[in-house]
Design a protein around this ligand. Structure first.
Ligand code: ATP
Length: 469
């Protein structure tokens, strides 16, 4: 991944020479002439490391450091100090700066420090991604349900898991396609090998080749290290393409070739690397239509579609809802703390009448909202939270005599949007209440620190600029 570095120095000649130097080493460089400018930029774009001058007009390096830590707590900052500010540089490292370099700068030392800082940042990010993935995998251990349709799916998974053929998993969003892919891998002969997932919709098109096939150091601007791609990572295991119809036609052709040859070529290296993978693919789109629209290559489609599994919508197996509700409520309680919400039989009947367009994911989100708002309580028809937030508004409007409950998100168009607005506002309020102290906020709202960090990142929450800072 391209490494981005920010250079903060009020002296233009220093900024320019550092910029040239880092660009020669394949970094992408962002520069700022003051602490204020640096903070403003960091609120808009993320970088992997900051080089920060100590002595600057306006807010000085130390002050800038503490503001940077509020915007992005884990961002490594290397302080640049003159002789007169060496004490301050030492103080800065106590305050959490990654390290410091003295001026006149030794470029070799600077390069080594920057490389280490970027590496540390990457490792921390990978670590938190892995934890997140592990959590997702935990939630993918089983397909909950005893309905005839879901039993058929489970039986089909068992039958096809042992063969090495590709499997195409189809179904609406949130029906458990990724769960099915995980189960296929775990029941396969490759279960001791890796399970690697590629969400094609979230990988930027210009990065896809490097993501899939890997690259060598210097293969393109920003390629600081050699990196293996997902095919290599999945060698002897399973490679799962989520939203496979989003792949470009050229990517489809390249993938077909890898499947046939069982080797990949990293960008910038003609040597073949082994890539013996079993391919699983999922899509929520109508693939026959994608074929007709020429967004899918026929040969690719037929290669994928050796066996297909169709995940039923929650509407088609609504009798599974009570079991899902109970299991998910217990999961939420285990994850967020507190006792599970209990649901009366009238509430369960009402929930079974709702259409659940977002399927089990929507149900999971609903249960999470219930857990946040009514932990450990029993929900009955009198205090029931509606599954669709827009219904909540209608209910409030129709019942003016009741105490006004103002949930944020009243302008949202969908349940998902409303939930996001609600969560965002709730977290912002709680963070503000605790002056952005993550530990105190997390303990106050009963959330794990790591989960709060993830939510802050996911929502792009940043502390407001404070006059006194
Ligand atoms: N039958 C099920 N049993 C248990 N959990 C399920 C089931 N179906 C879905 N889920 C849960 O719902 C959420 C969404 O599931 P998953 O990501 O597998 O859906 P998907 O069909 O791949 O969605 P998308 O098309 O949006 O990628 C996950 O949290 C998953 O654990």
């Amino acid at each position: 991944m391209t490494a981005r570095i920010m250079i903060v120095d009020d002296e233009q000649p220093i900024r320019d020479s550092l910029q040239g130097l880092f660009e020669d080493e394949n970094y992408l460089v962002v520069s700022a002439a003051s602490g204020e400018e640096a903070i403003a930029r960091l609120r808009k774009q993320s970088v992997d490391c900051v080089l920060l001058d100590i002595w600057m007009p306006g807010i000085d390096g130390l002050e800038t450091l503490s503001r940077i830590q509020q915007v992005d707590a884990g961002l490594p900052v290397i302080m640049m100090s003159g002789h007169a500010t060496i004490d301050t540089a030492v103080r800065a490292t106590r305050q959490g700066a990654f390290d410091f370099v003295e001026k006149p700068l030794s470029f070799d030392r600077l390069m080594i420090l920057a490389r280490n800082a970027v590496q540390k940042r990457r490792l921390e990010q990978e670590n938190s991604d892995l934890k997140q993935q592990e959590k997702e995998h935990q939630s993918r251990r089983e397909l909950i349900g005893n309905s005839a349709v879901i039993k058929e799916v489970k039986a089909l998974i068992k039958r096809v898991a042992l063969s090495d053929t590709p499997v195409l998993i189809l179904g609406e969003h949130g029906t458990g396609k990724a769960v099915a892919a995980t189960l296929l891998h775990e029941a396969s002969k490759r279960k001791e090998g890796p399970f690697i997932e590629v969400n094609t919709a979230s990988v930027m098109a210009n990065r896809l080749d490097s993501e899939l096939f890997g690259h060598e150091k210097g293969a393109f601007t920003g390629a600081l290290h050699s990196q293996r791609g997902r095919f290599e990572a999945a060698h002897q295991g399973t490679l799962f393409f989520d939203e496979v119809a989003e792949l470009s036609l050229s990517a489809q052709a390249k993938i077909l070739r890898v499947l046939q040859e069982r080797v990949v070529h990293r960008l910038g290296n003609p040597a073949p690397m082994p890539a013996n993978v079993r391919l699983l693919a999922a899509s929520s789109r109508d693939l026959e239509q994608a074929l007709k629209d020429e967004q899918l290559r026929e040969d690719f489609y037929y290669r994928l579609n050796v066996v297909s599994i169709r995940m039923p919508s929650l509407r088609e197996r609504i009798e599974d809802l009570p079991l899902l509700v109970e299991t998910l409520a217990t999961e939420q309680a285990n994850e967020l703390g507190g006792k599970p919400v209990r649901f009366s039989s009238e509430v369960l009947s009402q929930l079974m009448r709702y259409s659940w367009p977002g399927n089990v994911r929507e149900l999971r989100n609903y249960i999470e909202r219930c857990h946040i708002l009514m932990p450990g309580e029993e929900m009955c028809s009198g205090n029931m939270l509606p599954p669709d937030q827009s219904t909540a508004q209608v209910m409030q409007a129709a019942a003016p005599a009741k105490p006004a409950v103002t949930l944020p998100g009243v302008d949202a168009d969908s349940f998902h949007e409303a939930r996001e607005v609600f969560e965002r506002t709730f977290l912002l309020q709680s963070l503000e209440k605790h002056d952005w102290n993550i530990s105190r906020t997390a303990s106050d709202i009963g959330m794990e620190r790591s989960q709060l960090h993830r939510k802050i990142k996911a929502f792009g929450l940043v502390p407001p600029e404070r006059e006194s800072l």
